[in-house]
Design a protein around this ligand. Structure first.
Ligand SMILES: [Zn+2]
Length: 104
Protein backbone atom coordinates (compact mmCIF):
# COMPACT_ATOMS: atom_id res chain seq x y z
CA UNK A 1 0.00 0.00 0.00
CA UNK A 2 1.42 3.35 -0.96
CA UNK A 3 -0.07 6.02 1.23
CA UNK A 4 2.57 8.57 0.28
CA UNK A 5 4.15 8.38 3.72
CA UNK A 6 6.96 6.00 2.94
CA UNK A 7 10.14 7.44 4.44
CA UNK A 8 13.49 6.16 3.21
CA UNK A 9 15.57 4.75 6.06
CA UNK A 10 18.21 7.02 7.59
CA UNK A 11 21.07 4.99 6.23
CA UNK A 12 23.51 4.38 3.47
CA UNK A 13 24.38 6.78 0.72
CA UNK A 14 21.56 9.21 1.51
CA UNK A 15 22.80 9.59 5.08
CA UNK A 16 26.38 10.02 3.89
CA UNK A 17 25.17 12.80 1.60
CA UNK A 18 23.23 14.40 4.45
CA UNK A 19 26.35 14.41 6.61
CA UNK A 20 28.41 15.86 3.79
CA UNK A 21 25.90 18.66 3.34
CA UNK A 22 25.65 19.44 7.06
CA UNK A 23 29.43 19.50 7.31
CA UNK A 24 29.78 21.76 4.28
CA UNK A 25 27.26 24.25 5.65
CA UNK A 26 28.66 24.01 9.18
CA UNK A 27 32.20 24.62 7.98
CA UNK A 28 31.10 27.61 5.93
CA UNK A 29 29.08 29.19 8.73
CA UNK A 30 31.38 28.04 11.52
CA UNK A 31 28.35 26.51 13.18
CA UNK A 32 28.79 25.25 16.74
CA UNK A 33 27.43 21.99 18.05
CA UNK A 34 23.65 22.32 18.37
CA UNK A 35 23.73 20.41 21.65
CA UNK A 36 26.69 21.73 23.67
CA UNK A 37 27.19 24.98 21.74
CA UNK A 38 30.94 24.40 21.52
CA UNK A 39 32.83 24.72 18.22
CA UNK A 40 33.13 21.73 15.94
CA UNK A 41 36.41 20.92 14.22
CA UNK A 42 35.09 20.09 10.77
CA UNK A 43 38.42 18.58 9.75
CA UNK A 44 37.84 15.67 12.11
CA UNK A 45 36.34 12.51 10.70
CA UNK A 46 34.34 9.64 12.09
CA UNK A 47 34.96 7.89 14.47
CA UNK A 48 36.49 10.85 16.31
CA UNK A 49 33.95 11.66 19.05
CA UNK A 50 34.37 15.38 18.36
CA UNK A 51 33.78 15.15 14.66
CA UNK A 52 30.57 16.36 13.11
CA UNK A 53 27.42 14.27 12.95
CA UNK A 54 23.91 15.06 11.79
CA UNK A 55 21.56 15.78 14.65
CA UNK A 56 17.84 15.77 13.99
CA UNK A 57 16.41 18.74 15.83
CA UNK A 58 13.11 16.91 15.93
CA UNK A 59 13.60 13.24 16.62
CA UNK A 60 13.27 10.97 13.63
CA UNK A 61 11.25 8.65 15.79
CA UNK A 62 8.69 11.23 16.80
CA UNK A 63 8.78 13.10 13.47
CA UNK A 64 9.70 10.52 10.84
CA UNK A 65 8.37 12.77 8.09
CA UNK A 66 11.17 15.23 8.93
CA UNK A 67 13.96 12.66 8.58
CA UNK A 68 15.01 14.06 5.23
CA UNK A 69 13.98 17.66 5.82
CA UNK A 70 17.18 19.68 5.68
CA UNK A 71 15.76 22.30 8.00
CA UNK A 72 15.60 19.58 10.64
CA UNK A 73 19.32 18.86 10.42
CA UNK A 74 21.98 20.50 12.51
CA UNK A 75 25.64 19.71 13.17
CA UNK A 76 26.52 18.13 16.51
CA UNK A 77 29.53 16.37 17.95
CA UNK A 78 29.21 12.62 17.68
CA UNK A 79 29.65 12.30 21.43
CA UNK A 80 26.91 14.88 22.08
CA UNK A 81 24.65 13.25 19.53
CA UNK A 82 25.12 9.91 21.25
CA UNK A 83 24.42 11.30 24.68
CA UNK A 84 21.41 13.24 23.46
CA UNK A 85 19.39 10.08 23.42
CA UNK A 86 19.82 6.44 22.69
CA UNK A 87 17.21 6.74 19.99
CA UNK A 88 19.49 8.90 17.90
CA UNK A 89 22.56 6.77 18.34
CA UNK A 90 22.25 5.22 14.93
CA UNK A 91 22.70 8.67 13.42
CA UNK A 92 26.40 8.41 14.11
CA UNK A 93 27.12 5.20 12.29
CA UNK A 94 29.90 5.58 9.75
CA UNK A 95 28.73 7.78 6.94
CA UNK A 96 31.96 8.81 5.31
CA UNK A 97 33.66 5.48 4.98
CA UNK A 98 32.48 4.49 1.56
CA UNK A 99 29.93 1.85 0.93
CA UNK A 100 28.43 0.69 4.18
CA UNK A 101 25.01 0.94 2.78
CA UNK A 102 22.07 -1.33 3.16
CA UNK A 103 20.29 0.24 0.21
CA UNK A 104 23.18 0.16 -2.22
ZN1 LIG B 1 28.73 19.10 21.27
Amino acid sequence: MDNGLTIPAWSGRRRAEALRLVKAIGRRTNAPCCICDQPIDYSLEYPDPWSCSVQHLKSRFLFPALTWDRSNWAPAHISCNKSAGAGEASDVAPAGLGVTSDDW
